[in-house]
Design a protein around this ligand. Structure first.
Ligand code: FAD
Length: 406
């Protein structure tokens, strides 16, 4: 166990955001290999351990995110397992069947104009976390595991973190990457706006009779959005949003029945669909914070913005958080200011507020309209009229291009 009690920067949370954040900040010239100035804290007993259940989810990393990962030395460990996306096909409503003259739902496509590189990549969360931890070990970062933060106090000249069974730590700046239920955010008195838990997402892998041909599919069904993301040849990663009671019911049916229900919802574009993994369920409760900073504290990742997974933007926002904070700290350092200087917090807020607020509003608004008010959506010409025009097209184009990072 490290005996040091002060670091320039402490990142709390060893999930996808926290580890990537610590790596990004470590390029800012803080500390040395012998005397790291950045610590990463997680309550898990060892690196990357979560609940014991493997995380079947995948993350879509857009082209700009990939460029960031290349610069941070992370991409080399992902490129072999990353599934490219060259096209996104988006459709609205249930599939229509018409015997021999089968009609398909109208859909629109976003094709990538840059022939040299796909618009985005899909990587498994487990592979991603493993790659991040591998790179973190090569950076001047002190990992501290089995350390659950029980209290945060930012009122003094330094931030103070308290734990149940280890000495306090102080820092100039604490970066809270402790997830959607962030305790640090609560201790700092930052309030949140959380939507009620009305939907859950079923996550699983499925095999496809017809190959996806590097295409991601997004269906806006009356029950909620359904996405199939390429995840290897003839294989896709499913994120199926449903009203929570229906999700519980569908989770409990046997595998054959599940595959049949999925086919009925998605349609036959990819031929037969077969469940190829366990099924996991995630409660969806989009949450946004009223503030992204407080004294000696900045929030990042789900601690700052837990958005609806449609459009696969949650982690991409976290990449933007890390890129902006790294810039803010570099500017402060160039002016001879510490990481805890107020200008870092205000610069960070200025750099993140617009994109995070816009993305949260767009994903939640679109989900609400298509899932809970389909009649209004239809009356407003939602069919492909709505999804084929702004702001929906903008949202998916932004997903492809990389938001703040592009
Ligand atoms: C179904 C689903 C599909 C998704 N698909 C995509 C996608 O395709 N693309 C995309 O960009 N995003 C996607 N997302 C969003 C993305 O998965 C999340 O944004 C991301 O995983 C959040 O990571 P995080 O590190 O911020 O939080 P978390 O994963 O919650 O990590 C928080 C960490 O903090 C630690 N911690 C918590 N409290 C304390 C404490 N008090 N002391 C010490 N440690 C603590 C925890 O142990 C944990 O390691 C999806 C989300 C869902 C639910």
């Amino acid at each position: 166990m490290t005996t040091r009690q002060h670091y320039e920067i402490v990142v709390v949370g060893g999930g996808l955001t926290g580890v990537m954040m610590a790596i990004a900040l470590s390029y800012g010239g803080y500390g040395t290999a012998d005397m790291p100035a950045i610590a990463l804290i997680d309550r898990a007993k060892q690196e990357g351990t979560k609940t014991g259940n493997s995380d079947l989810r995948t993350t879509t990393i857009h082209a700009a995110g990939k460029a960031m990962f290349e610069a941070l030395g992370i991409w080399q460990y992902l490129e072999k397992c990353a599934a490219p996306i060259a096209c996104i096909k988006i459709a609205n409503g249930l599939p229509t069947k018409g015997g021999l003259a089968r009609r398909r739902r109208p859909e629109f496509s976003l094709d990538w104009h840059d022939v040299n590189q796909p618009m985005a990549y899909v990587v498994g969360n487990e592979q991603l976390l493993e790659a991040l931890y591998r790179v973190m070990k090569t950076r001047p970062i002190t990992p501290i595991y089995d350390a659950e933060v029980s209290h945060f106090d930012g009122a003094g000249d330094l931030a103070r973190l308290q734990f149940a069974d280890r000495p306090d730590l102080t820092a100039q700046l604490v970066v809270a990457c402790d997830g959607a239920a962030s305790k640090l955010r609560d201790h700092a008195g930052i309030r949140t706006l959380a939507e009620a838990h009305r939907q859950s997402a079923i996550v699983a892998n499925v095999t496809l009779e017809i190959d996806h041909n590097d295409t991601a599919y997004q269906r806006f069904l009356p029950s909620g959005p359904l996405a199939l993301m390429p995840h290897g040849p003839h294989r896709a990663s499913l994120v199926w949003t449903l009203p929570k009671e229906e999700a519980d019911r569908i989770l409990a049916v046997d595998e054959t029945e599940f595959s049949n229900l999925l086919l009925a919802a998605f349609g036959d574009t990819l031929g037969g669909l077969k469940l190829d993994s366990r099924r996991l369920i995630w409660p969806l409760k989009p949450t946004i914070t009223r503030q992204m900073t407080s004294n000696h504290l900045v929030l990042a990742g789900d601690a700052s913005h837990a958005i609806h997974p449609l459009a696969g933007q949650g982690y991409n926002l976290a990449l933007g958080d890390a890129a902006v904070l790294a810039d803010c700290l570099a500017r402060a350092r160039a002016r001879g200011l510490s990481a805890g200087h107020r200008s870092v917090e205000s610069d960070y807020l200025a750099g993140r507020k617009l994109e995070v607020t816009a993305m949260t509003a767009m994903t939640s608004g679109l989900n609400r309209l298509m899932s809970f008010q389909p009649a209004i959506a239809k009356a407003a010409g939602a069919g492909m009229g709505l999804v084929n025009t702004s702001p929906v097209k903008t949202l998916f184009q932004k997903s492809a291009m990389g938001g703040h990072l592009a």
